[in-house]
Structures are given as structure tokens and as C-alpha cells.
Design a protein around this ligand. Structure first.
Ligand SMILES: NCc1[nH]cc(CCC(=O)O)c1CC(=O)O
Length: 314
């Protein structure tokens, strides 16, 4: 059996593909890596929210899943839209990395807490809105491109610091540049951050699907991700919407486990934030995600989404 692994060509995407390849190879499964360029990789001069968030990093990979050119597509779970086409599915989630965001800079003394004003580069609507909400003294500049491009821009002094996911910084071995770990209670991570997801066509041979599930899937991370993705799907928000959602498995008094979800929405100007924290048993993660989404929508989320959609349409 040979598994053909489709991936984007960025260094972070390749890290993810090799990570999956190693897990399969370690159990004697033959693999081949196929690099596929996506629209998100090609268009670098416009912000993601303007290109349209749906599938910019996934469409070309999905086409090749359908033709059987590749057996699986490897994605950052965060980049995978919450609603897949009916002929595609996620068959595995890897064990998750630390989920928090970090601030990266060449200036070791920078801190968001200091009250000092400096320039932070980010293109994430969630990070922009959260900066405005918690740290209004910070100046923000739009900073797109892959990790290496952003770091080059940082080096060129286009900004003083970047906000990034710890997972990507760590995987690219830039830990030395981390000057601050952001609290997950304030900067609640977006759905999927830190997890690698495996997408496949429903038509994939059963033998391959079972093998990949067995060797790659982490059952605990899967529970968390199912809840988070159900939340995002209910909100119908892609990555251009400043939503956040993070689920952890927590121990009960009796040693069993339950799910704890922290999720919400923040307006683009950072003026209004809705945050809901809810716990549930582990057996219905999707139910938890939907319940929290309904609660966020009812507490003003509908209004925030409406404002954002009208703004983006202009
Ligand atoms: N949107 C790009 C992207 N997709 C996944 C990661 C980081 C790694 C991960 O969360 O899996 C990043 C970079 C970032 O947000 O800093």
C-alpha cells in the first residue's frame, strides 16, 4: 500500500506533510509527497478577507483528492473550512500542539503589558480585533505572507513585532524570537489552531482510510476539534470572521473527562466582545459546539456578524 500525501509547498505545510509521512513510514506504510500550489499561495498582495476566505488554501488540494491524484490532503486544521463538500471528509486529527498565540520580535524587551506603543504586524482579523480590545495603544499593520515572508518584513522593520500561532513558530524553530506568550483566556485561539487535519475523499479505499485513522488520529484531540468545528459551522464564519473557539478536555472529580469550550466573537473594531464558556460530557462534542454558537449568536453575535458581512460587501 502506498499513500499519496498532498500538501501546499510552504515550509510550514511541508513540515506538516513530513510529520504525517513519518508517522506512516514508522509503521511500514509507503508514502509519496505531492506538492500542490493553491490560490492562497499565489495571491500575496491582497488581504485574505478580500480574496474571499472560502477554500483559498484548500481548493486545489480537494480537486486532486477527487481525481485520486492524492489519497489524503494535509492541512492546518485552522485553515480548513468548517463545512466540507459532501464528497469529502476529515478522517484524522493529530495530537494538538500548544494552542496559544505568541508575540515574536527581535527586541526582547517588548511586551504588550508594558503600556508602551509599538507596531504589530498581523493579517488575522481575530488578532487585530483582540489587539484593539485589550491593547488599544498598539499600532497595527497588515502583514501577510508565509511565516518566512513575515519574519523578513519584521527584519526590514516594517513592524516591531508579529503575532503568530505558537505552533507554527515552534515547528519552524523560531522559538528564540518569542518575546511573549499570549494568554489563552484573553487571546482565545481560533478553531483548530495547533492541530493538523487529514482530509480525504469519501471514495478513498476503506483499507487506506482505516490505516490512516489508526496511525494518525488522536481520539482526545478529535473530540475537541469536533466541538470547535461544529461551533464554527453554526456561525457560518470562515477565517475572515474574528471568531475564536477552543475546547479542552478537563478532568472531573471522579477522574473522568469532560469538555470545556471557550468561544465567541469580537467586532472588527475591537469594541464589542462576546465570550461564552460552557462544559459538557465527552459524548456529544458537536452538541456542545452548536449550543455555544447559539448562545454567542443570541448574545449579540448575530449583530456582529451582520455588521462584518455588510462591511466586507462594500
Ligand atoms: N493562517 C496561517 C496559519 N495556519 C496555521 C498556522 C499555525 C499553525 C497551526 O495553527 O496549525 C498559521 C500561521 C499563524 O497563524 O501564525
Amino acid at each position: 500500500m502506498k499513500i499519496k500525501i498532498g500538501t501546499r509547498g510552504s515550509k510550514l505545510a511541508l513540515w506538516q506533510a513530513y510529520y504525517i509521512e513519518e508517522k506512516l513510514k514508522a509503521k511500514g506504510v509507503d508514502t509519496e509527497i505531492v506538492i500542490i500550489e493553491t490560490k492562497g499561495d499565489k495571491i500575496l498582495d491582497r488581504s485574505l478577507s478580500k480574496i474571499g476566505s472560502k477554500g483559498v488554501f484548500t481548493e486545489e488540494l480537494e480537486d486532486q483528492l477527487r481525481t485520486g491524484e492524492i489519497d489524503i490532503a494535509v492541512h492546518s486544521a485552522k485553515d480548513l473550512q468548517s463545512e466540507l463538500a459532501s464528497d469529502l471528509e476529515i478522517i484524522a486529527f493529530t495530537e494538538r500542539e500548544q494552542v496559544n498565540d505568541v508575540m515574536v520580535s527581535f527586541n526582547k524587551n517588548l511586551s504588550l503589558q508594558s503600556g508602551e506603543s509599538f507596531v504589530v504586524g498581523t493579517s488575522s482579523t481575530r488578532r487585530v480585533a483582540m489587539l484593539k480590545y485589550y491593547y488599544p495603544h498598539i499600532k497595527i499593520v497588515d502583514m501577510r505572507g508565509n511565516l518566512q515572508t513575515r519574519l523578513r518584513k519584521l527584519e526590514e522593520n516594517q513592524c516591531d513585532a508579529l503575532l503568530l500561532a505558537f505552533a507554527g513558530v515552534h515547528r519552524m524553530q523560531y522559538d528564540d524570537l518569542i518575546v511573549e506568550h499570549l494568554s489563552v483566556a484573553e487571546f482565545v485561539p481560533p478553531v483548530g489552531q495547533g492541530c493538523v487535519a487529514i482530509e480525504a475523499a469519501k471514495a478513498l479505499e476503506e483499507e487506506k482510510r482505516m490505516m490512516i485513522k489508526l496511525l494518525i488520529n488522536d481520539a482526545q484531540t478529535e473530540k475537541c476539534l469536533l466541538a470547535e468545528r461544529a461551533y464554527l459551522k453554526k456561525l457560518q464564519g470562515g477565517c475572515s470572521i474574528p471568531s475564536f473557539g477552543n475546547v479542552t478536555l478537563e478532568e472531573n472529580e471522579h477522574g473522568g473527562l469532560h469538555l470545556k469550550m471557550t468561544a465567541g466573537l469580537i467586532s472588527l473594531d475591537g469594541k464589542k466582545q462576546i465570550k461564552v464558556i460552557e462544559e459538557s460530557t465527552v459524548d456529544d462534542p458537536e452538541g456542545l459546539g452548536i449550543k455555544v454558537a447559539e448562545s454567542v449568536l443570541a448574545q449579540g453575535g448575530t449583530e456582529i456578524l451582520k455588521n462584518i458581512r455588510e462591511g466586507l460587501a462594500n
